[in-house]
Design a binder for this molecule. Structure first.
Ligand code: NAD
Length: 372
């Protein structure tokens, strides 16, 4: 069995799907590893960092022709799919809700596609959860961006030139990214407040040494995730939040509801009313933004408040983001063998749960449209 990986092509994508450590684990199964030259270079893993037993292809196409399993970060673009051999297996993030024609093409070539994004979020699958591993990178980096753009210190400083008050940081959304943002802001010495609509997050926020902001809205939906708010709840949330926002120096928003656009929580008016010099980092930018003025990939000033809408933040910490991603991928691959021989046990809920195509058909309800 040959596992192949190539250099990522998407703009700004510097991660790599397999790092040397995981390549080594695959070799130990008795499988081969084949990669495009410089595939790991941008992530900090030059060709010679990979074990000698790995094979470097002459060119990208050679990987597609030989790979039985292709692993990738952004793993299923049309060109690569056309080059990939029939009956291959693809493992990676495949954006299952977009360009769904690709999955028909894959099924037509009897290619089995496993989506890392669709891995069930069960306890057993935690070690494969790329949404968590990559969100945690983004939460960390969002705070560093905010700190570097802010005109003030984060920590309290007592100096001969007087005492500096710590920055006041509010993080909206206490999921994986939000909790990591709170922890990072705390490490920098800020006064941190967290907010979420799921009541279980109160303890999680407090355990990080942050305060919890209670706005009087609870909204738990399916699978323990948040649900979208009703208009009335939204109004309560905004009225209570508006008061708090006027005393905040840095706002990080991470709110998301699965399968829906980012909830719009902060209006332009609320931004206008923030202190001049405040900074907002909106991690919901790619999903449409948690803040009304946010534009993905753009930093702008709104009434002296800096509004940052970063894209693909995880890729800006490529070495560790790749290391974590690659371990997630390895843990999934490690379910695909019996005594070293490649085999897919379709009884396994994780494999069955993240397969988008199987035996020449598109099978996942997120893609076939049988799931709302
Ligand atoms: P996410 O990215 O879907 O959402 C981020 C946060 O935004 C969530 O905490 C959500 O409650 C919050 N949110 C949504 N709408 C909001 C609103 N209007 N106002 C304020 N906050 C709002 O979430 P995620 O980080 O992927 O995961 C959320 C939770 O799911 C985790 O914290 C965890 O409890 C659970 N989870 C479980 C597992 C597992 O068991 N394997 C894995 C990952 C996550």
């Amino acid at each position: 069995t040959t596992v192949g990986f190539v250099k990522e092509r998407k703009d700004g994508e510097s991660r790599v799907a397999l790092v040397p450590e995981t390549a080594e684990k695959i070799l130990k199964l008795g499988w081969q590893v084949l990669f495009e030259p410089d595939a790991g270079e941008a992530a900090g893993f030059p060709n010679d960092a990979y074990p000698d037993m790995c094979q470097m292809a002459k060119k990208r196409e050679d990987v597609f022709h030989a790979a039985d399993i292709l692993v990738g970060v952004d793993a299923l673009n049309e060109d690569d799919l056309a080059a990939l051999k029939n009956d291959a297996v693809v493992v990676g993030m495949v954006s299952p809700y977009q360009q769904q024609q690709r999955f028909e093409t894959a099924a037509g070539k009897n290619i089995t596609v496993f989506s890392m994004e669709l891995i069930p979020r069960t306890t057993r699958a935690q070690a494969m959860d790329v949404l968590s591993s990559q969100a945690s990178v983004a939460g960390y980096k969002a705070v560093l961006m905010a700190a570097s753009e802010a005109p003030r210190f984060f920590p309290m400083l007592t100096t001969a030139a007087g005492t500096i008050r710590p920055a006041s940081v509010l993080v909206i959304g206490a999921g994986v990214a939000g909790l990591q943002a709170m922890a990072t802001a705390r490490r920098l010495g800020a006064n941190v407040t967290g907010y979420d609509v799921r009541p279980e997050t109160v303890e999680q926020v407090k355990s990080l040494g942050a305060k919890f902001l209670d706005l009087g809205v609870e909204a738990v939906g399916e699978g323990g995730y948040a649900r979208a708010l009703t208009d009335e709840e939204k109004q309560t949330q905004q009225e209570n939040l508006a008061k708090h926002l006027t005393s905040v120096d840095v706002l990080i928003t991470t709110a998301a509801v699965p399968g829906r656009p980012a909830p719009r929580i902060i209006t332009t008016q609320m931004v206008n009313d923030m202190k001049p010099g405040s900074v907002i980092v909106d991690l919901g930018a790619e999903g449409g933004g948690n803040c009304e003025p946010t534009e993905a990939g753009v930093t702008k000033l709104v009434n002296n408040v800096k509004v940052i809408g970063p894209k693909n933040l995880s890729a800006t910490v490529p070495l560790h983001a790749s290391e974590m991603y690659s371990r997630n991928v390895w843990n999934l691959l490690n379910l695909m063998h019996e005594e070293g021989r490649f085999a897919i046990n379709w009884e396994d809920d994780i494999l069955a749960g993240c397969a988008v195509t199987k035996a020449g058909a598109v099978v996942h309800p997120a893609v076939t449209g049988e799931q709302a």
